[in-house]
Write a protein that binds this ligand. Structure first.
Ligand SMILES: [Zn+2]
Ligand SMILES: [Zn+2]
Ligand SMILES: [Zn+2]
Ligand SMILES: [Zn+2]
Length: 269
């Protein structure tokens, strides 16, 4: 007799495998997976009263020992509901921006906060772009015909910062925005990491300008702020103010520029 896979002979095993193969798409009202008390998604451990009313663990801890719905006393673990929430996968909100992840329903919000496909915007009023950072990159190149300035990390390089916004691309494809606005005191320069999630960025930068003829030099070093540019440029950013006397072409506001040495460092995690 040919050796049999232990499961092969069991009807239960075959049925299980068939189900696993077919149970891919279901539709359901997702609010049944929310705690009826606090309305947050249920996540294990989940509890139920003897009648079957469920509640999340933190609501159970905060409620008196009485069901929120029917007032019977005592709660027990509801393992079947835990299996249901663990196996309910939903697509990421940013599927149309390139995220193909299917996430457990109760982890959806956490994922979307850090999803690398979350949207970025463009701070200038002449463009209403909204898309992922890779789309932003593509948009600059094809619609605005801009070429990104490439930069290598940990290496100072000099380039001419002009009035308005310019995009820099790191060696790993990460995008940065350099912005200069002309104020009565001079050119106010800021530099950001463009990323969908507004967290601390993993980049430090060092900006320097110098003018040997005037025996002037100025250096500033800071951890870059990250932004998705939704509200334009972040208000709480570091500013690098270059004295007006060092700017070139300040006759019309649109052409002012200054040569700045920029060095970007990736902070190890
Ligand atoms: Zn709750
Ligand atoms: Zn109840
Ligand atoms: Zn995602
Ligand atoms: Zn545009």
């Amino acid at each position: 007799m040919a050796p049999q896979h232990p499961e092969e002979g069991e009807w239960g095993g075959v049925a299980k495998r068939r189900k696993a193969a077919t149970a891919t798409d279901v539709s359901m009202e997702l609010d049944i997976l929310d705690c009826p008390v606090c309305y947050h998604p249920l996540r294990p451990p989940i509890f139920q009263c003897s009648v079957g009313h469920v509640a999340c663990s933190s609501c159970c801890a905060n409620l008196p020992d009485r069901c929120h719905s029917c007032s019977t006393t005592g709660y027990n673990r509801c393992y079947i509901m835990e299996h249901v929430v663990d196996s309910t996968k939903v697509p990421c909100l940013y599927g149309n921006l390139g995220c193909t992840k299917k996430i457990t329903y109760y982890e959806k919000e956490d994922h979307e906060k850090v999803c690398p496909h979350g949207p970025c915007f463009w701070p200038e009023t002449d463009c209403s772009f909204c898309g992922s950072t890779s789309m932003l990159h593509e948009h600059f190149a094809s619609v605005h015909m801009w070429h990104c300035i490439r930069l290598s990390y940990n290496k100072a390089f000099r380039f001419r910062v002009a009035q308005g916004s310019t995009v820099l691309e790191g060696e790993d494809g990460h995008l940065f925005l350099v912005n200069m606005v002309l104020e009565p005191v001079g050119g106010v320069i800021s530099l950001f990491s463009i990323q969908p999630n507004i967290t601390e960025s993993n980049f430090k930068c060092k900006l320097a300008v110098s003018c040997p003829e005037m025996s002037y030099s100025q250096v500033s070093q800071f951890q870059m702020r990250s932004t998705n540019l939704f509200d334009g440029l972040p208000k709480d950013r570091f500013l690098f103010v270059v004295p007006k006397v060092l700017l070139r072409d300040t006759s019309t506001n649109a052409t002012a520029s200054v040569s700045v040495s920029v060095s970007v460092t990736l902070i190890p995690p």
